[in-house]
Ligand binder design. Structure first.
Ligand code: SAH
Length: 213
């Protein structure tokens, strides 16, 4: 499948919707304007790719709603060349947004099926993460730490300690915390031992699960 003028038009509409909902980071909006989201979805849902909605992907998972992707990415305050760890690769759409913004991205997925599919797909359309890992995001990625930012794209029952300890001083962790409904939570590491915590509204994610599958 290709990217056409029609798709570009629909993307511009989507960007407008996101601006109306309060997203202001131009780099986030540009990334969303550039990435062909319809290529990340199963063929049955392609017509819905530019609606501001989450949709099913393989292995009972979802591609996050564009607003949620934009909101989380804006909170990360991504700058070119930042090193970012993503937990929950899924379709790879959030990964592509981070790469489009110039970040070096490490991404972890616990579902084998999605890991395989997305590892092949992302480079094919020109988005190359630094590393894609089939593993358990609760542990983070000590060997490549510390990170400027860490983003968790599944609902976490609590904050995994390793993720806090793998942040640079000044680094940001964006993580939805809760069981059925999650509170978007931002931690900023202000010193070796200290973290600022901000709570930023309610969202609904698929659950962050333990171990690989
Ligand atoms: N960022 C994705 C969102 C996918 S939904 C996108 O834009 O499409 C969340 C993803 O987190 C799912 O693919 C799920 O399998 C994965 N996940 C859940 N628990 C995990 C864990 N402990 N470690 C890594 N990935 C996990």
């Amino acid at each position: 499948m290709k990217d056409t003028h029609k798709h570009q038009g629909l993307r511009n509409q989507l960007v407008k919707t996101l601006e109306e909902k309060g997203i202001t980071d131009k780099n986030v909006l540009n990334a969303i304007a550039n990435i062909p989201r319809h290529l990340f979805m199963d063929s049955g849902f392609v017509d819905f790719a530019y609606q501001d909605k989450a949709f099913p992907i393989a292995a009972d998972q979802t591609i996050s709603q564009p607003y949620t992707v934009a909101f989380q990415t804006e909170l990360l305050e991504v700058k070119a060349n930042d090193t970012i760890l993503e937990i929950g690769t899924g379709s790879g759409y959030q990964t592509a947004v981070l790469i489009e913004m110039g970040a070096k991205v490490y991404t972890i997925e616990r579902q084998k099926e999605l890991f395989k599919k997305t590892s092949l797909f992302l480079p094919k359309i020109g988005y190359k993460p630094k590393k894609m890992i089939f593993g358990d995001g609760y542990k983070g990625l000590a060997e490549n730490a510390p990170f400027d930012g860490i983003i968790v794209t599944a609902g976490a029952p609590f904050v995994p300690k390793p993720l806090l300890s793998q942040l640079k001083i000044g680094g940001r962790l964006v993580i939805p915390i809760g069981d059925d409904i999650q509170t978007m939570t931002l931690f900023i590491r202000t010193s070796e031992k200290d973290f600022e915590k901000h709570e930023l509204g309610k969202f609904r994610f698929v659950p962050m699960l333990k171990k690989r599958n």
